[in-house]
Design a protein around this ligand. Structure first.
Ligand SMILES: Cc1ncc(COP(=O)(O)O)c(C=O)c1O
Length: 451
């Protein structure tokens, strides 16, 4: 059909949710890396391409398709909740990680759902719990992709600080008490905590704080149950330090906590599979929404994941990753020790696992996307994630801008030191020119900081 001349195409009537949804910063960072392939990419939270389990998946796929009945099953739809033998194998895997039996955690395989990445589980849990204006409590800083999803759902994300023991759970208690006094406890739906090697700081919730956080959530669950969402995406990438039990493992009746795991970090993100254990009433609501999304995650990758657990290749691969990332983590920390100015105003975390180091620069620094610092880093050939993306605005609506998330995940081992050296060069230059802006903390509005 021809359009009449002088026809003006009307705009789309996008939903309120769509209008609330901003572009994820990850898209801009990927575009920047693609535009300039010579950049040393310390931004990407991706796993190391050199360690992906190609031979293992090749052997599994050959086995799967050599058996026509199994091949047909793998190429057919399965259930919304996920392949039953995979959920059984995952429950056994969880028991092994926890050192606690499924019965002691009040779990059977029917409390597990397999999702399209753990991101889908995080999203669906938000979707079934949150109406616009409801409150989610999270650490500041936190995993920025989930913060974006929560904002798109209309959640108000209130934050508590982090220290070297992870999320400061006493502050969760104070915040909940304040919300109760203000008559807003009814709006609190979720507490979100990345309990192992957090993205972006690499920090882990201490052993003592785990049952404590559960107890706080339980005590403030008065008219409804507040859910504690434990994101354990990096749990199995552990290089040193203790293997903590999860918060979930203390919730003996499976009532207050969800734990989400993924195959993306310890095995292969291309499978795009996650799995979560949660209370039955929440699972029921999640399954109904998952039915709307995809009525079941990719069955072929579920069969591959199952075989990797059965034939031992999953566990062997986690061992390979541990060794490879430990060496890269050490290379990054050594490079920081060697190249960053050691004047007491710059600090960074020393993570026992995961993929990230969190760098805090002097208070006057501005590392945000539109800053001279960021431009300098890119022109010197190094890319990082501006820390501002990982913070929620404080009560004045401001975001600190003096942090950087560094990842040793995707970068080639021999590029780590040159990358840090380049970054340290930019830091030194800024220290010289601004003499750290007389030490006052630099804040920006979200529009300026995230721009
Ligand atoms: C803390 C955290 N949680 C969840 C995810 C989601 O990963 P996936 O959907 O691939 O499981 C990520 C990915 O980077 C992450 O960093």
């Amino acid at each position: 059909m021809n359009e009449p001349e002088q026809y003006t195409l009307p705009g789309l009537a996008l939903s309120a949710k769509s209008a609330r949804t901003r572009e994820q910063p990850i898209s801009f960072l990927i575009a920047e890396a693609l535009r300039n392939p010579r950049l040393i990419n310390l931004a990407a939270g991706l796993v190391d391409p050199l360690t992906l389990p190609v031979a293992e998946c090749d052997a599994i796929a050959q086995r799967l398709f050599a058996d026509p009945a199994r091949g047909r099953a793998a190429l057919q739809y399965d259930t919304t909740v996920g392949l039953a033998p995979l959920r059984q194998a995952l429950l056994a895997h969880i028991e092994q990680l926890e050192g606690v039996s499924a019965r002691q955690m009040g779990l059977t395989e029917n409390d597990l759902v397999v999702t399209t990445g753990s991101q889908q589980a995080l999203y669906l849990i938000g979707d079934v719990l949150i109406d616009p204006g409801d409150i989610v409590i999270a650490a500041n800083p936190s995993y920025f992709v989930y913060a974006g999803a929560l904002s798109s759902l209309g959640a108000q994300v209130l934050t508590v600080p982090m220290d070297t023991d992870g999320m400061v759970v006493d502050e969760v208690e104070h915040l909940l008490a304040r919300l109760e006094r203000d008559g807003r406890l009814d709006r609190v739906k979720l507490v979100y905590c990345t309990s192992y090697f957090q993205n972006p700081t690499g920090l882990t919730l201490s052993a003592a704080r785990r049952p404590q956080l559960l107890d706080i959530v339980r005590r403030f669950s008065k008219r409804h149950r507040i859910m504690l969402l434990e994101d354990a995406a990096y749990r199995e990438l552990r290089y040193d330090g203790p293997a903590h039990r999860s918060i979930k493992s203390y919730d003996a009746l499976n009532r207050f906590t969800v734990i989400s795991h993924t195959f993306s970090k310890p095995f292969a993100p291309g499978l795009k599979l996650g799995y979560s254990a949660m209370p039955p009433d929440l699972l029921n609501a999640v399954l109904q929404q998952k039915g709307n999304h995809d009525f079941g995650s990719a069955n072929l990758t579920q069969h591959i994941a199952l075989e990797s657990l059965r034939d031992g290749s999953y566990h062997r691969h986690v061992g390979v990753l541990e060794r490879s990332y430990r060496a890269k983590r050490d290379a990054m920390l050594e490079a920081l020790d060697r190249h960053m100015p050691q004047d007491g105003t710059i600090s960074w975390t020393r993570p026992g696992g995961g993929l990230y180091v969190w760098l805090a620069l002097p208070a006057g620094f501005d590392t945000s996307r539109g800053s001279a610092f960021f431009q300098q880093a890119v022109s010197r050939g190094v890319l990082y994630v501006p820390g501002a993306y990982c913070f929620q605005p404080d009560e004045r609506g401001a975001i600190p801008t003096n942090h950087i998330r560094l990842s040793f995940g995707q970068v080639a081992p021999d590029q780590i030191e040159p990358g840090i050296e380049r970054l340290a060069g930019v830091v030194r230059e800024q220290l010289n020119t601004q003499n750290s802006a007389s030490g006052t903390q630099h804040f920006r509005s979200p529009a300026e900081a995230l721009g």
